[in-house]
Design a protein around this ligand. Structure first.
Ligand SMILES: C[S@@+](CC[C@H](N)C(=O)[O-])C[C@H]1O[C@@H](n2cnc3c(N)ncnc32)[C@H](O)[C@@H]1O
Ligand SMILES: *[C@@H]1O[C@H](CO)[C@@H](O)[C@H](O)[C@H]1NC(C)=O
Ligand SMILES: *[C@@H]1O[C@H](CO)[C@@H](O)[C@H](O)[C@H]1NC(C)=O
Ligand SMILES: *[C@@H]1O[C@H](CO)[C@@H](O)[C@H](O)[C@H]1NC(C)=O
Ligand SMILES: *[C@@H]1O[C@H](CO)[C@@H](O)[C@H](O)[C@H]1NC(C)=O
Length: 383
């Protein structure tokens, strides 16, 4: 609620009042309250109290040119509603917040879901952070069941993605629904878009490893939006082969040798993601992704940087007292040079997730705390 409210209120600071108050205009004032219901007479009182504002137009309840809104916020505790609001906001209505999308696109009623499907509200927020607009091309390198593509296609973008998991891309294997054992024949990302009427925005998805780019060297995407795996609910893997694993002797097999998977360390995931974005975003294009953090040790310096990407915003979603994920938004400000990626790799400031395993252990200990499990190891790592 806060996020959308904020969007609404912001305009007060950026628009001039006078064009909306002059004497040829018509207007109306609406009163909204959060966590308190006001009597009609109280609403009228609130409106009367705004008398001192320089309204020169005439009131029109039915067909006002300008709608002004007074919002009173009585907090979030329904058992402890104060007499006076904590915050009062006043502004001109410019657009509805589209909060109904959260329900209409709820993962609960989605055709194809997985264990880590991103919820609708957050997916739309990510698309907004990326400034996704009509005819953009959006890419998700860890596409999963395509929740982020669903949100971006709603805003008119053409969408595509890759995932290392064959079953996810092909919509096969075990279902993530409690009462269903196997996925149905049409459970896939394309069907999700069809469900919301955006199938024509579907480019394609393919099985591919994000750590091994298969794209031609060009700025292909207006936005890259993703929720990388960090091994909490899915494995972090990439393709590769260990030297000590004997390859098939037949030379023909060498080419088609199916590589065994290697662990994909968090640090490398973010380094690759930023490098990939620097190369494949259009100028001004945005990267939006989630960064897991262990809260007691988090500092802003831990957010991975890249010389071609400017940090635009960094928002926290707390998951427990010790863990959180941060929604990172970056914008491409210059084309990468040969020199950039080398300097970038040498500078430790750009590789803050080096101690991958230490980080993961702490992160998990934080999760255990949330579940309230008596876990002795977590106490050691904890405070
Ligand atoms: C957190 S999930 C993404 C969920 C997705 N946002 C959704 O709504 O379903 C991360 C995905 O990354 C995939 N993945 C893991 N390692 C990968 C790799 N090296 N390359 C590409 N995808 C990978 C996993 O199979 C998983 O589907
Ligand atoms: C008060 O706020 C809480 C938290 O946002 C919400 O769950 C509850 O429904 C609200 N109650 C009313 C009466 O608006
Ligand atoms: C989802 O998680 C459950 C329980 O952790 C696991 O058994 C199942 O295989 C997972 N499903 C998928 C599709 O990854
Ligand atoms: C950065 O990305 C480009 C294009 O995907 C690739 O050619 C290059 O090898 C990558 N550099 C590093 C250091 O990974
Ligand atoms: C945790 O530690 C307590 C003493 O500090 C011990 O009594 C208990 O058995 C331990 N529990 C586990 C699961 O190791």
């Amino acid at each position: 609620m806060r996020v959308f409210l904020f969007l609404f209120v912001l305009f007060l600071h950026i628009s001039l009042q006078s064009p909306f108050m002059h004497k040829d205009s018509t207007y109306r004032i609406n009163v909204y309250t959060f966590n308190k219901t006001l009597e009609f007479t109280d609403r009228i009182k609130r409106i009367d109290a705004l008398e001192y504002l320089p309204f020169e137009g005439t009131v029109s309840l039915k067909r006002a040119q300008h709608i002004f809104c007074l919002l009173e916020d009585y907090g979030t505790d329904p058992n402890n509603i104060p007499d006076n609001p904590y915050y009062v906001y006043f502004g001109r209505w410019i657009a509805d917040g589209q909060r109904e999308l959260i329900r209409s696109h709820s993962v609960k009623n989605r055709h194809f879901i997985g264990n880590t499907s991103m919820d609708a509200g957050l997916s739309f927020i990510m698309a907004n952070h990326a400034k996704v607009k009509e005819n953009d091309v959006v890419f998700d390198p860890f596409v999963g069941t395509g929740s982020l593509l669903v949100a971006c296609s709603h805003f008119g973008a053409y969408v595509c993605g890759i995932d290392i998991d064959y079953n996810t891309i092909h919509g096969r294997g075990r279902s993530s629904r409690k009462n269903q054992k196997w996925r149905g024949p049409d459970e896939n990302i394309r069907a999700n878009l069809r469900q919301y009427g955006t199938e024509k925005m579907y480019l394609d998805v393919m099985v591919s490893d994000a750590s091994k780019s298969v794209w031609r060297n060009a700025a292909l995407f207006d936005a890259i939006i993703t929720d990388p795996p960090y091994g909490i609910r899915e494995s972090t893997r990439r393709t590769g082969s260990h030297k000590d694993i004997p390859r098939p002797p037949d030379a023909i097999y060498l080419e088609s040798h199916v590589p065994v998977s290697l662990a994909y360390h968090l640090n490398d995931i973010f380094t690759d993601l930023l490098n990939f974005s620097a190369h494949h975003l259009v100028m001004g294009g945005r990267l939006v992704y989630w960064l897991p953090v262990y809260r007691p040790e988090y500092s802003e310096e831990m957010v991975p940087l890249h010389p071609c990407l400017q940090l635009v915003s960094n928002c926290e979603q707390t998951l427990s007292s010790h863990t959180a994920r941060r929604l990172i938004t970056m914008e491409k400000i210059k084309e990468p040079q040969e020199f950039d990626s080398l300097a970038h790799l040498a500078d430790s400031r750009f590789r803050p997730y080096q101690g991958h395993n230490a980080f993961r252990e702490k992160y998990f200990s934080g999760l255990n705390k949330r579940c309230g499990k008596e876990d002795n190891k977590s106490d050691v790592n904890g405070e």
